[in-house]
Design a protein around this ligand. Structure first.
Ligand code: PEP
Length: 275
């Protein structure tokens, strides 16, 4: 590592950011009978020094949302931008607030069309401006997922940052208005999601640092120092310590490994890396 990449520009503020780990169950499990086991895995996570959230499948949210321990937040995987009404197949913030939910994930690459949706992908404007603004106004907190596909990563960090900035830019006014307590950024390189290929700690740190630098310029130094940036993409108990040691990596959004007991270890390894 060069000393430039290894260190955070906002070293002091690093200490103040509470680690955060999310488990994205995606369209799993197949059977309702498997839910209790998955809930139990999440409930083994030690939340004393780490925020933990879990994104059950839309069909299962209503079954499990009251089964998590205090400190393990149930966060839907998506949200509409209109509220209640004639929106077949959608979920809205008002329903989430009524159910006592505080967090919602938006902008996952699989919602942006990365698993081959034949319908138009959700745009950055829809996600970071319309949906994020609507959720924040309704009193929810937002996990905003961003990240580049492989052909962009192959072009280098400048091209990667062009995509990240494009993903983030429509949300800048909301970041200015609502602040870092209400928003978490999940940097999830598309090429590492569900592939078993993880970004190296150097790649993750370099990108998180560049995202923070962009936010310092576009929002404010204060926001950039305080906002939590999670890494997502094949994070697991084997790589959590090294990735968690990166000063600008504040946690993980975990897919596959959140369906296993190792989610507890990921939390512990992250907290130990930050201690
Ligand atoms: C995700 O989809 O958010 C994710 C990071 O998945 P995985 O950990 O399985 O790569």
């Amino acid at each position: 590592w060069s000393s430039d990449v290894c260190s955070s520009d906002l070293e002091n503020a690093t200490m103040a950011r509470r680690p955060i780990v999310g488990g994205n169950w995606k369209c799993n499990p197949a059977k309702v009978s498997e839910l209790d086991g998955l809930v139990a895995n999440m409930n083994t996570c030690d939340t004393a020094n780490c925020d933990v959230y879990v994104c059950p499948s839309p069909l299962h949210v209503g079954i499990v949302y009251q089964k998590f321990n205090k400190g393990v937040y149930c966060a839907p995987q998506n949200c509409n931008f209109k509220g209640t009404g004639a929106y077949t197949g959608e979920m809205c913030a008002e329903q989430m607030v009524d159910m006592g939910m505080e967090w919602c994930l938006i902008g996952h690459s699989e919602r942006r069309g990365e698993f081959g949706l034949p319908t138009p992908a959700e745009s950055s404007k829809l996600i970071a401006d319309t949906k994020m603004g609507y959720l924040l106004k309704a009193g929810m907190k937002v996990i905003l997922a961003i990240g580049e596909p492989l052909p962009i990563r192959e072009k280098g960090i400048e091209a990667v940052m062009e995509v990240c900035k494009e993903n983030l830019a429509p949300g800048i006014p909301h970041m200015k208005e609502y602040g870092a307590e209400k928003i978490v950024i999940a940097y999830e390189p598309v090429w590492s999601i569900g592939t078993g290929v993880t970004a190296s700690p150097e790649q993750a740190q370099e990108t998180h640092k560049a995202i923070r630098a962009y936010l310092a310029e576009a929002v404010s130094e204060e926001f950039a120092a305080a906002v939590r940036i999670q890494y997502g993409g094949s994070a697991n108990a084997k790589n959590a310590a090294a990735l968690g040691a990166c000063p600008d990596v504040d946690g993980f959004l975990v897919g596959g490994a959140s369906l296993k007991p190792e989610i507890k270890d990921i939390v512990d390894l992250l907290v130990a890396a930050k201690a």
